[in-house]
Write a protein that binds this ligand. Structure first.
Ligand SMILES: Nc1ncnc2c1ncn2[C@@H]1O[C@H](COP(=O)(O)OP(=O)(O)O)[C@@H](O)[C@H]1O
Ligand SMILES: [Mg+2]
Length: 251
Protein backbone atom coordinates (compact mmCIF):
# COMPACT_ATOMS: atom_id res chain seq x y z
CA UNK A 1 0.00 0.00 0.00
CA UNK A 2 1.30 3.44 -0.88
CA UNK A 3 1.26 6.16 1.71
CA UNK A 4 -1.96 8.11 2.04
CA UNK A 5 -2.27 11.74 1.10
CA UNK A 6 -1.81 14.04 4.11
CA UNK A 7 -5.59 14.60 4.28
CA UNK A 8 -6.31 10.86 4.29
CA UNK A 9 -3.51 10.37 6.79
CA UNK A 10 -5.22 12.81 9.13
CA UNK A 11 -8.39 10.76 8.94
CA UNK A 12 -6.46 7.57 9.55
CA UNK A 13 -4.89 9.07 12.66
CA UNK A 14 -8.26 10.21 14.02
CA UNK A 15 -9.70 6.77 13.35
CA UNK A 16 -6.80 5.17 15.19
CA UNK A 17 -7.24 7.44 18.20
CA UNK A 18 -11.01 7.10 18.41
CA UNK A 19 -10.94 3.34 18.45
CA UNK A 20 -7.70 3.18 20.43
CA UNK A 21 -6.59 0.36 18.19
CA UNK A 22 -3.21 0.61 16.53
CA UNK A 23 -3.53 -0.15 12.85
CA UNK A 24 -0.68 -2.49 11.99
CA UNK A 25 -0.09 -2.98 8.30
CA UNK A 26 2.75 -4.53 6.36
CA UNK A 27 3.35 -1.20 4.64
CA UNK A 28 6.38 0.87 5.56
CA UNK A 29 6.01 3.30 8.41
CA UNK A 30 8.91 5.37 7.13
CA UNK A 31 9.64 5.99 3.47
CA UNK A 32 12.32 8.44 2.42
CA UNK A 33 13.02 8.98 -1.27
CA UNK A 34 15.85 10.88 -2.89
CA UNK A 35 16.52 12.92 0.22
CA UNK A 36 18.86 15.86 -0.04
CA UNK A 37 19.98 18.13 2.74
CA UNK A 38 22.25 21.09 2.30
CA UNK A 39 23.00 23.57 5.03
CA UNK A 40 23.89 27.07 3.85
CA UNK A 41 26.51 28.41 6.19
CA UNK A 42 28.69 31.51 6.16
CA UNK A 43 31.49 29.27 4.92
CA UNK A 44 29.48 27.90 2.00
CA UNK A 45 27.15 24.99 1.37
CA UNK A 46 27.42 21.79 3.40
CA UNK A 47 25.69 18.87 1.66
CA UNK A 48 24.90 15.96 3.97
CA UNK A 49 22.56 13.73 1.96
CA UNK A 50 22.42 13.21 -1.75
CA UNK A 51 19.78 10.77 -2.94
CA UNK A 52 19.39 9.08 0.45
CA UNK A 53 16.75 6.33 0.51
CA UNK A 54 15.23 4.66 3.55
CA UNK A 55 12.29 2.31 4.03
CA UNK A 56 11.41 1.07 7.49
CA UNK A 57 8.60 -1.43 7.95
CA UNK A 58 6.27 -1.33 10.92
CA UNK A 59 7.78 -3.19 13.83
CA UNK A 60 11.41 -2.89 12.78
CA UNK A 61 14.12 -1.81 15.21
CA UNK A 62 16.76 -0.20 12.99
CA UNK A 63 20.26 0.77 14.08
CA UNK A 64 22.00 3.60 12.27
CA UNK A 65 25.76 3.83 12.68
CA UNK A 66 28.32 6.08 11.06
CA UNK A 67 31.14 8.48 11.81
CA UNK A 68 30.52 11.65 13.71
CA UNK A 69 29.37 14.50 11.46
CA UNK A 70 27.88 12.31 8.73
CA UNK A 71 24.35 13.57 9.49
CA UNK A 72 22.76 10.89 11.71
CA UNK A 73 21.16 13.42 14.04
CA UNK A 74 20.06 15.56 11.09
CA UNK A 75 18.36 12.52 9.55
CA UNK A 76 16.41 11.85 12.77
CA UNK A 77 15.50 15.54 12.99
CA UNK A 78 14.07 15.39 9.46
CA UNK A 79 12.12 12.20 10.21
CA UNK A 80 10.74 13.79 13.37
CA UNK A 81 9.78 17.07 11.67
CA UNK A 82 12.34 19.07 13.63
CA UNK A 83 14.23 20.02 10.46
CA UNK A 84 13.20 20.21 6.80
CA UNK A 85 14.78 18.44 3.84
CA UNK A 86 16.25 20.49 0.98
CA UNK A 87 14.71 18.07 -1.55
CA UNK A 88 13.14 14.63 -1.68
CA UNK A 89 10.10 13.12 0.00
CA UNK A 90 9.75 12.02 3.60
CA UNK A 91 6.72 10.01 4.61
CA UNK A 92 6.65 9.10 8.24
CA UNK A 93 3.78 7.56 10.22
CA UNK A 94 1.37 8.17 7.30
CA UNK A 95 2.33 11.82 7.13
CA UNK A 96 4.08 13.79 4.42
CA UNK A 97 6.47 15.35 6.90
CA UNK A 98 8.02 17.96 4.61
CA UNK A 99 4.58 19.44 3.87
CA UNK A 100 3.75 20.27 7.50
CA UNK A 101 3.67 23.85 8.70
CA UNK A 102 5.12 24.67 12.13
CA UNK A 103 1.86 24.08 14.03
CA UNK A 104 1.16 20.79 12.22
CA UNK A 105 4.75 19.68 12.80
CA UNK A 106 4.39 20.27 16.54
CA UNK A 107 1.13 18.27 16.61
CA UNK A 108 2.72 15.49 14.53
CA UNK A 109 5.66 15.24 16.92
CA UNK A 110 3.38 15.18 19.94
CA UNK A 111 1.15 12.43 18.52
CA UNK A 112 3.41 10.24 16.42
CA UNK A 113 7.02 10.58 17.53
CA UNK A 114 8.80 9.56 20.69
CA UNK A 115 12.25 11.14 20.88
CA UNK A 116 15.17 10.31 23.13
CA UNK A 117 18.57 11.96 22.88
CA UNK A 118 22.04 11.34 24.27
CA UNK A 119 21.26 13.86 27.02
CA UNK A 120 17.97 13.45 28.80
CA UNK A 121 16.72 17.07 28.51
CA UNK A 122 14.42 16.55 31.48
CA UNK A 123 13.24 19.80 33.07
CA UNK A 124 15.34 20.19 36.24
CA UNK A 125 12.69 21.93 38.35
CA UNK A 126 10.04 19.25 37.82
CA UNK A 127 9.78 15.78 39.35
CA UNK A 128 10.22 12.59 37.30
CA UNK A 129 6.47 12.00 37.11
CA UNK A 130 5.80 15.61 36.07
CA UNK A 131 8.46 15.34 33.37
CA UNK A 132 6.88 12.17 32.00
CA UNK A 133 3.45 13.84 32.00
CA UNK A 134 4.64 16.86 29.94
CA UNK A 135 3.65 15.58 26.45
CA UNK A 136 0.12 14.84 27.72
CA UNK A 137 -0.18 18.22 29.46
CA UNK A 138 0.96 19.86 26.19
CA UNK A 139 -1.90 18.04 24.52
CA UNK A 140 -4.36 19.61 26.94
CA UNK A 141 -5.10 16.43 28.89
CA UNK A 142 -6.39 16.93 32.42
CA UNK A 143 -3.53 17.13 34.96
CA UNK A 144 -4.73 14.25 37.17
CA UNK A 145 -5.18 11.97 34.17
CA UNK A 146 -1.77 12.96 32.76
CA UNK A 147 -0.04 12.27 36.09
CA UNK A 148 -1.80 8.89 36.40
CA UNK A 149 -0.62 7.89 32.91
CA UNK A 150 2.88 9.13 33.75
CA UNK A 151 2.91 7.02 36.95
CA UNK A 152 2.00 3.95 34.94
CA UNK A 153 4.87 4.68 32.58
CA UNK A 154 7.32 5.10 35.46
CA UNK A 155 6.24 1.64 36.56
CA UNK A 156 6.96 0.33 33.04
CA UNK A 157 10.53 1.59 33.29
CA UNK A 158 10.86 0.26 36.88
CA UNK A 159 11.12 3.70 38.47
CA UNK A 160 7.87 4.05 40.37
CA UNK A 161 9.84 4.59 43.58
CA UNK A 162 11.63 7.59 42.02
CA UNK A 163 8.56 9.48 40.81
CA UNK A 164 9.04 12.48 43.14
CA UNK A 165 12.77 12.75 42.44
CA UNK A 166 13.98 15.65 40.35
CA UNK A 167 16.31 14.84 37.42
CA UNK A 168 19.34 15.96 39.46
CA UNK A 169 18.45 13.30 42.06
CA UNK A 170 18.59 10.45 39.53
CA UNK A 171 21.52 8.47 38.08
CA UNK A 172 22.37 8.75 34.37
CA UNK A 173 20.66 5.46 33.58
CA UNK A 174 17.57 6.45 35.58
CA UNK A 175 17.41 9.80 33.77
CA UNK A 176 17.39 8.00 30.42
CA UNK A 177 14.66 5.61 31.65
CA UNK A 178 12.54 8.63 32.62
CA UNK A 179 13.29 10.15 29.20
CA UNK A 180 12.10 6.90 27.57
CA UNK A 181 8.89 6.99 29.59
CA UNK A 182 8.33 10.62 28.54
CA UNK A 183 8.99 9.68 24.90
CA UNK A 184 6.36 6.93 25.01
CA UNK A 185 3.66 8.29 27.33
CA UNK A 186 1.83 9.83 24.35
CA UNK A 187 1.55 6.47 22.59
CA UNK A 188 3.64 7.37 19.50
CA UNK A 189 4.14 5.00 16.59
CA UNK A 190 7.76 5.86 15.89
CA UNK A 191 10.57 5.97 18.45
CA UNK A 192 13.63 7.97 17.40
CA UNK A 193 16.61 7.46 19.70
CA UNK A 194 19.77 9.48 19.08
CA UNK A 195 22.68 7.84 20.91
CA UNK A 196 20.55 7.36 24.04
CA UNK A 197 23.26 5.24 25.67
CA UNK A 198 26.21 7.32 24.46
CA UNK A 199 26.77 8.95 27.83
CA UNK A 200 26.43 5.79 29.94
CA UNK A 201 28.88 3.14 31.13
CA UNK A 202 28.79 -0.20 29.33
CA UNK A 203 26.56 -2.07 31.78
CA UNK A 204 24.08 0.79 32.17
CA UNK A 205 24.05 1.28 28.37
CA UNK A 206 23.14 -2.38 27.89
CA UNK A 207 20.34 -2.15 30.48
CA UNK A 208 18.87 0.98 28.89
CA UNK A 209 19.06 -0.69 25.46
CA UNK A 210 17.33 -3.80 26.81
CA UNK A 211 14.57 -1.63 28.26
CA UNK A 212 14.18 0.15 24.91
CA UNK A 213 14.08 -3.24 23.15
CA UNK A 214 11.41 -4.53 25.57
CA UNK A 215 9.24 -1.42 25.20
CA UNK A 216 9.69 -1.55 21.43
CA UNK A 217 8.31 -5.09 21.40
CA UNK A 218 5.56 -4.79 23.99
CA UNK A 219 4.17 -1.53 22.56
CA UNK A 220 4.34 -2.50 18.90
CA UNK A 221 6.70 0.35 18.09
CA UNK A 222 8.80 1.04 15.05
CA UNK A 223 12.17 2.31 16.26
CA UNK A 224 15.28 3.91 14.83
CA UNK A 225 18.33 3.96 17.07
CA UNK A 226 21.49 5.90 16.29
CA UNK A 227 24.39 4.33 18.16
CA UNK A 228 28.15 3.95 18.12
CA UNK A 229 27.83 0.67 20.01
CA UNK A 230 28.18 -2.08 17.41
CA UNK A 231 27.26 -4.82 19.93
CA UNK A 232 23.90 -3.15 20.57
CA UNK A 233 23.43 -2.43 16.84
CA UNK A 234 23.89 -6.15 16.13
CA UNK A 235 20.84 -6.89 18.31
CA UNK A 236 18.58 -4.72 16.12
CA UNK A 237 16.57 -5.95 13.15
CA UNK A 238 18.98 -4.29 10.70
CA UNK A 239 22.00 -2.04 10.85
CA UNK A 240 22.47 0.76 8.33
CA UNK A 241 25.67 2.76 7.98
CA UNK A 242 25.45 6.43 7.02
CA UNK A 243 28.38 7.16 4.73
CA UNK A 244 28.94 9.57 1.82
CA UNK A 245 25.41 10.93 2.13
CA UNK A 246 23.60 7.61 1.85
CA UNK A 247 22.57 4.66 3.99
CA UNK A 248 24.26 1.33 3.29
CA UNK A 249 23.33 -2.10 4.65
CA UNK A 250 26.01 -2.96 7.22
CA UNK A 251 27.43 -6.46 7.38
N1 LIG B 1 21.75 23.79 11.62
C1 LIG B 1 22.92 23.52 11.04
N2 LIG B 1 23.52 24.41 10.22
C2 LIG B 1 24.69 24.13 9.64
N3 LIG B 1 25.36 22.97 9.77
C3 LIG B 1 24.80 22.03 10.57
C4 LIG B 1 23.56 22.24 11.23
N4 LIG B 1 23.25 21.13 11.94
C5 LIG B 1 24.27 20.27 11.74
N5 LIG B 1 25.19 20.80 10.91
C6 LIG B 1 26.42 20.14 10.44
O1 LIG B 1 26.03 18.99 9.73
C7 LIG B 1 26.94 17.92 9.97
C8 LIG B 1 26.18 16.70 10.45
O2 LIG B 1 25.70 16.93 11.77
P1 LIG B 1 24.93 15.81 12.61
O3 LIG B 1 23.68 15.50 11.91
O4 LIG B 1 24.83 16.32 13.99
O5 LIG B 1 25.94 14.57 12.49
P2 LIG B 1 26.07 13.25 13.40
O6 LIG B 1 24.85 13.15 14.23
O7 LIG B 1 26.22 12.13 12.41
O8 LIG B 1 27.33 13.43 14.20
C9 LIG B 1 27.96 18.43 10.96
O9 LIG B 1 29.14 18.78 10.25
C10 LIG B 1 27.30 19.64 11.57
O10 LIG B 1 28.23 20.59 11.94
MG1 LIG C 1 24.58 13.15 16.27
Amino acid sequence: MAFSTPAAAGQAIRFTRQTDVRVQTASPLVQVRNLEKTYRTSRGALTLFKGLELTVDSGELIAIVGQSGTGKSTLLHILGALDAPTAGTVHCASTNVAALNAREAAAFRNREIGYVWQFHYLLPEFSAVENVAMPLLARGIDRRQALDAASNWLREVDLEDRSEHRPGELSGGEQQRVALARALVGNPRLLLADEPTGDLDETTARRVFELLERLHLTHGLTSILVTHNLDLAARCTRTLRLESGRLHAAA
